[in-house]
Design a protein around this ligand. Structure first.
Ligand SMILES: [Zn+2]
Length: 486
């Protein structure tokens, strides 16, 4: 307990000193190896060593030494001659518009940096620099960094669009009647359940909503609450025309392949208005399917309270001479599994849980060794992280397997629905007689986030942003399951 208080004091002091001296000049390491030291001189202790091109942020100077914050979040001093200001951004007048429903502005170019402020969808923001994949921005007098994936540059060809997707809302009651009109005298079309996501077409005392299956009706708006996220329209036939208006007489703007995803902006008769970064158009509604996602845009931690005291066993599948699946893009399953396991551990520990990893490096373990580590640590649950392969490269999607111990199914359900919520094809929540699932004495699941044998899934698994979202889905599912156990 004392140790935890002391740690918080250190974190608070760091935060205070950082904001006081914040200068926010982005730079990169310009030698093969650069020592990060605890003070401005060669006599100070080495905290860490950074490799060439590592992004960092210069905070202050003392003689020839510069105080920097590394992308890992570590703060220290480096010899100033060995870092250069990032040159990858051409100075000038640059603006971007936020595409995500909420976007964190961070003190430095990485998700480990503290959040300075938050931007909302469609907010126009001035870019003052770029470092790696991060834009440096100025927001109401404060400087910070946002990830480039969540903004669209504003150019002549790409004017600022209005709201991209219709808003989403979540059902707040265990059963909610969706009716055919605005009033209880209208017949019940279907019943909605707690937590269900709906797209809001018109707001009012009675809101007009659409379900993911395309059915439209009305609900009393006090029983739903708006949530951040996107309503997506996915092309369900091949070579589908997007037109400039809701009729075949309008000109063709683009022709889309099956599976392409656009933002759903509403209905106009039997046509659906869609948006993308290239603008707005219309597609016949019966050529589309819909998906609602509240995919997180960043790591977000719920309060630590709730899962303190629980022990989670995190098992990265394969390792060492056993690579697991090999991706069509060359990715090795053992490495993705391990990366995901490390990130999951970080989130769980930050939320107060204790984590035991089965393997902590690139080596392999038998099934019984993996289970033994979990049992010996007194783990409350076991999550084995894998990724899939199939002889046919056409097979894609996410699968979650659950064990025989009571609680496994619900644990699997909590994680699986969130992985599917990222837009992955639902390949099922299934039971299987894998050793890690049937020989564990604690609730156990095995996740297969995507198929490395499928080009689209493999491309997603190569993106750090997607990996972060998939890890967040694991974390939130485990968190919810543990919180209900308390
Ligand atoms: Zn595997």
């Amino acid at each position: 307990m004392l140790r935890r208080v002391a740690l918080w004091l250190v974190i608070m002091m760091l935060t205070i000193s950082v904001s006081a001296v914040w200068a926010a000049t982005p730079g990169v390491v310009d030698v093969n190896a650069l020592n990060l030291r605890s003070g401005p001189g060669h006599g100070y202790k080495i905290i860490s060593t950074m490799s060439r091109s590592t992004p960092l942020v210069i905070m202050s100077e003392s003689g020839e030494w510069k105080q920097v914050m590394a992308s890992s979040g570590l703060i220290g001093w480096v010899f100033g001659q060995y870092i250069v200001a990032d040159q990858s951004f051409q100075a000038g007048n640059h603006n971007v518009v936020v595409r995500a429903s909420r976007l964190n502005v961070r003190q430095g170019p990485g998700t480990t940096y503290p959040v300075v402020t938050t931007l909302v969808q469609d907010q126009l923001t001035q870019v003052t620099g770029k470092i790696g994949e991060w834009f440096q921005v100025r927001v109401s007098g404060k400087t910070g960094f946002i990830h480039q994936e969540w903004v669209t540059p504003v150019t002549e060809e790409n004017p600022v669009q209005g709201s991209v997707s219709v808003p989403l809302a979540r059902v707040l009651v265990s059963v909610l009647n969706m009716r055919g009109g605005k009033g209880t005298e209208f017949p019940v079309v279907t019943k909605l359940n707690l937590g269900m996501l709906v797209a809001v077409l018109e707001e009012g005392t009675w809101s007009k909503i659409m379900l993911e299956n395309g059915v439209i009706g009305y609900v009393l708006s006090e029983y739903v609450e708006n949530v951040g996220g996107q309503a997506l329209a996915r092309i369900s036939a091949n070579m589908v025309n997007e037109r400039s208006g809701p009729d075949t007489t309008f000109s063709i703007l683009a022709t889309h392949p099956a599976g392409k995803t656009l933002a759903f902006s509403g209905w106009d008769g039997s046509w659906v208005k869609v948006s993308s970064t290239s603008g707005t158009g219309y597609i016949l509604g019966n050529l589309l399917s819909f998906a609602f996602t509240t995919a997180p845009i960043d790591f977000t931690l719920p309060p630590a309270i709730g899962i303190q005291g629980f022990v989670v066993a995190v098992d990265a599948g394969h390792g060492g001479p056993d690579p697991g699946a090999i991706g069509v893009n060359g990715l090795r399953e053992k490495n993705i599994n391990f990366t995901m396991a490390l990130k999951l551990r970080a989130l769980l520990v930050a939320a107060g849980a204790e984590v035991v990893m089965t393997r902590v490096g690139d080596y392999t373990l038998s099934i019984d060794e993996r289970i033994g580590i979990a049992h010996n640590a007194g783990a409350d649950l076991f999550v084995s992280i894998h990724n899939n392969a199939h002889p046919s490269s056409a097979v894609s999607g996410t699968q979650t397997f659950y064990g025989v111990t009571l609680g496994s199914f619900n644990l699997g359900h909590q994680v699986h629905r969130r992985l599917v919520g990222l837009g992955m094809e639902d390949k099922g929540l299934l039971n299987a007689n894998f050793g890690v699932l049937v020989r564990t004495k604690i609730p156990a699941i095995l996740t297969e986030t995507g198929f490395l044998s499928n080009p689209d899934d493999a491309a997603l698994l190569a993106q750090e942003t997607f990996i972060n979202h998939a890890v967040q889905a694991h974390f939130e599912g485990i968190h919810e399951w543990l919180a209900t156990k308390r």
